[in-house]
Design a protein. Structure first.
Length: 382
């Protein structure tokens, strides 16, 4: 095997457990270096373990990559204007992830990053440093100036702003569009600790009130909300559910799979425990639905419902029945907080909600309550 690998650089078939996927295809990783210190790779699946076939796919991928990526070795990189760098950055994100894999970033990540790029490079630099036209000409301390400007004028989440700015500069630096000074200056800025701003915890009665109103008015949005409240999934994950990813047995759903492109951590998740109530909602909804779309929650055109559309409807309903706005993430936060409060094991919570980080569960969903403190005192037995 080592001889095969040596004669086929950039091709590595997976060995042992996971070498073959559920459909019997062999899993292989191919990679190459567009230029020194930059490696890109992606995973392919082949019907048979063929190094020749993998090499052919790798060769075609390398040619396509060289044509589509503007950040290969080119002259005049560091003389690019901010407008030119914006186009470069956009093409980078449409073709690679944050860690330089070969898959594109999620559209929400691209939009958020480009908005932050415009706020810093166009709005802030255009008003405070109008003479600066190139990245390498940024003066020392410009990022601290932006922090002060953000605190006094924009009042946006500095953790988010700084995180995306670091990502932008890192991408451009790795592709040799800026020098080490710019990169080192922004990397040394401390990132604020994560804080959950939305501390709203919905009671069971409040959830039932919202669901009851939706059930009478909009059956589809009622089922979406039922999934959010019952499972604590993120709104994008819920809306991305496809009919063919629900596994059935004896006429009942037994598992639901969420695809990794729609997951925040880009990892596939499968719910393997479905109770009778959830199963009944799924079955009745599919019997009611007449759309032949692949999506479980299609819009009028048969495409996936946009999360902004659902969020607007939820705001309207919650304002009407609860006299305050409720966001889709409130259901996730409320469910996890409640489950932690009744001492459901973290592993079980993660198997339902799709949460992948146990530390986040412990740090952000373990709220101290008067009832819990009284129970803790009583457990002393004294």
């Amino acid at each position: 095997m080592s001889i095969l690998i040596r004669h086929n650089p950039g091709i590595r078939f997976r060995e042992g457990e996971g070498a073959v996927d559920k459909r019997g295809r062999h899993v292989c990783q191919i990679d190459f270096y567009p230029f020194p210190n930059k490696r890109v790779y992606k995973t392919i699946k082949l019907a048979r373990k063929s190094y020749r076939e993998a090499a052919q796919i790798r060769s075609e991928w390398m040619k396509e990559y060289a044509q589509n990526h503007p950040y290969r070795d080119l002259e005049g990189k560091r003389e690019q204007s901010f407008e030119g760098l914006r186009k470069v950055l956009l093409r980078m994100m449409e073709s690679t992830t944050i860690n330089n894999r070969a898959e594109p970033c999620a559209s929400s990540t691209i939009n958020k990053t480009m908005n932050i790029y415009d706020r810093f490079f166009v709005k802030f630099l255009g008003s405070h440093y109008p003479s600066i036209k190139q990245l390498n000409n940024l003066p020392k301390g410009v990022f601290l100036d932006y922090l002060t400007y953000n605190q006094s004028h924009q009042k946006l989440n500095w953790r988010t702003e700084l995180g995306h700015l670091k990502s932008i500069i890192s991408r451009l630096w790795r592709s040799d569009y800026c020098d080490d000074r710019i990169y080192k200056e922004i990397r040394t800025l401390p990132t604020p600790k994560f804080e959950i701003r939305n501390k709203v915890v919905l009671s069971l009665d409040e959830k039932k009130t919202i669901l009851a109103d939706m059930e009478q008015e909009n059956r589809e949005y009622y089922v979406i909300t039922y999934f959010l409240a019952k499972l604590g999934w993120r709104i994008n994950e819920t809306l991305s559910l496809k009919k063919n990813l629900i596994r059935w047995k004896d006429g009942n759903p037994v598992s639901i799979t969420l695809e990794k492109p729609f997951r925040k951590n880009r990892k596939e998740f499968t719910l393997t425990t479905i109770d009778k109530k959830l199963a009944a909602v799924i079955v009745s909804y599919l019997h009611w639905q007449t759309d032949k779309s692949e999506w479980f929650f299609p819009n009028s055109k048969g495409k996936m419902i946009k999360k902004e559309t659902y969020r607007g409807y939820l705001h309207k309903v919650s304002t009407r029945v609860l006299k305050r706005n409720v966001n889709p993430h409130d259901f996730r936060h409320s469910l996890i907080t409640h489950l932690k409060g009744v001492r459901v094991p973290n592993k079980d919570i993660m198997q339902i909600t799709g949460h992948m980080d146990e530390r986040v569960l412990n740090d952000h969903y373990s709220h101290s309550t008067e009832t819990g403190r009284m129970e803790a005192l009583e457990l002393s037995g004294l």
